[in-house]
Design a protein around this ligand. Structure first.
Ligand code: ZN
Length: 193
């Protein structure tokens, strides 16, 4: 594992598992995963750092999608509309020993969030949340989080960007005491994929 030095971070080619920096320095974007506050590349690609401190790994080679119906994927919520949450898929669980090249964007429709009626999607997901979801349609990449182990596994405070801690059925921020709700996976905060 090679640390990418400050000067070499931009446009540097990295390999899966290469250390990119810490979550204090950057917000993990596509192709980057967070393990204990350290950020690593998910696949081979070039490092790109956005103006908002979002660090991404851009794949050099387009790997064909290998996602099938029933697969469990890990991704990051990049947009929340009235009826759908858009998820950048980062890896497919169990398919590889490591995460695989980003195959695209999945969609969680409001009807596939949980068993029960959802009135506001903003109460279930937050921007840049890491979610674990099941593929219910591989062609259109429709996803579902309707199971105990599925849902948000990592989230940060909307106000101060700290990792939120689970307290019962809600998430709270240690720093600013902000309380947020999510469709939580039972694996929230365990660092498990
Ligand atoms: Zn906070």
């Amino acid at each position: 594992m090679v640390r990418v030095k400050e000067m070499e971070r931009r446009d540097k080619m990295v390999l899966p598992g290469d250390f990119l920096g810490t979550s204090e320095e950057f917000i993990p974007g596509t192709g980057v995963y967070d393990h204990g506050g350290n950020l690593y590349a998910s696949y081979i690609g070039d490092v790109s750092i956005g103006s908002n401190r979002v660090i991404n790994v851009i794949p050099r080679v387009d790997t064909p999608p290998t996602i099938e119906e029933g697969d469990v994927v890990i991704g990051q919520v990049v947009d929340i509309k009235d009826n759908v949450a858009i998820v950048n898929i980062g890896c497919v669980k169990g398919k590889e020993s490591r995460e695989v090249a980003a195959p695209g964007q999945g969609i969680i429709h409001i009807s596939n969030v949980r068993n029960g009626y959802v009135t506001e999607l903003q109460q279930e997901f937050g921007y840049l949340d890491v979610v674990k979801a099941r593929v219910i349609d591989a062609k259109t990449l429709r996803l579902s989080t309707k199971a105990k182990d599925l849902g948000v596994i990592k989230a940060m405070c909307m106000k101060c960007k700290r990792d939120l801690k689970r307290k019962g059925n809600v998430l709270t921020c240690d720093r600013c005491k902000h309380v947020e709700t999510r469709k939580l996976s039972e694996d929230y905060g365990k660092g498990l994929i």
